[in-house]
Design a protein around this ligand. Structure first.
Ligand code: GEK
Length: 244
């Protein structure tokens, strides 16, 4: 399985269809996400470090919307607690199939990882010390987000952590423009053309709905988290920790 480079939106499309995590996307996903999300590599490696700090013996760690399992692999390399396991979930069969192949090749199988194809809304979250939503909540319909975060809070053990990374929207037009332009510059610098940037943006419009930093922080508080903070931001991409 050789990783391919992303050219999905390189040619003009006659008809725009909504973005889907299908076989074509799964095949180029590592390249696509690294070239599209500023700080992706840094978020992944530091999620491993956060997981190592908060994982508790005999508990579950969840990677919800795992795609090819980058977060699970980073957590597995860092967690050093007995009897922990990682439950990785994604509702894209293509992602899970490729993710399982990558997992099988991981040279340090210290913490067991199970990868399941399911909707994260149907996953029981229990006895959890670490829950990661790495660029996944933005694909959940906004009206369902508070219930999901509340379910995660309920399933976490005291002292457990939620790590939440998202694309961010800004309410102030000038601020939105500033960050969005820089994100487009980031994509151009990574070899995407203006056509690719605009076609992908149209495909994602109805599927991925970013919210403001304040909206995320208020929801974390409303769900019962006693502490939450922003630990990473680059342009319009951010990551929070919330501790129960
Ligand atoms: C990474 N976390 O590499 N249930 C399960 N999975 C879902 C759902 C759902 N309801 N909705 C979307 N997904 C990864 C990157 S990508 C982010 C996450 C991006 C899955 C979807 O199939 C996809 O694999 C993932 O969430 C979002 O750290 O591409 O911007």
């Amino acid at each position: 399985m050789t990783p391919k480079s992303d050219a999905i939106y390189a040619a003009p499309l006659e008809k725009m269809i909504d973005f889907q995590f299908d076989e074509r996307v799964a095949a180029v996903f590592p390249d696509m996400i690294q070239r599209s999300v500023p700080g992706y590599g840094m978020i992944i490696s530091n999620t491993g470090i956060l997981a190592a700090k908060y994982a508790q013996a005999g508990s579950h760690c969840y990677d919800l919307g795992c795609s090819l399992g980058a977060v699970s692999l980073a957590m597995r390399q860092r967690i050093n607690q007995p009897d922990c396991d990682i439950i990785a979930v994604d509702n894209s069969p293509a992602m899970i199939e490729r993710g399982r192949e990558l997992l099988a090749r991981d040279p340090v199988p210290t913490v067991p990882v199970t990868m399941t194809c399911a909707d994260l809304q149907d996953v029981n979250i229990e006895n959890a010390s670490v829950v990661v939503l790495n660029f996944t909540l933005q694909f959940v319909p906004p009206a369902q987000r508070l219930t999901l975060i509340q379910r995660i809070h309920t399933g976490l053990k005291p002292g457990g952590v939620l790590i939440l990374s998202e694309k961010i929207a800004f309410n102030e037009p000038g601020r939105q423009y500033f960050h969005e332009e820089l994100h487009h510059d980031f994509k151009r610098a990574n070899g995407y053309s203006d056509l690719e940037i605009s076609q992908k943006r149209s495909a994602l419009e109805k599927v991925m709905i970013p919210e403001s930093l304040a909206c995320h922080q208020e929801r974390l508080q409303a769900a019962g988290f006693s502490f939450s903070d922003l630990w990473f931001q680059c342009f319009n991409f951010a990551s929070f920790v919330a501790i129960k």
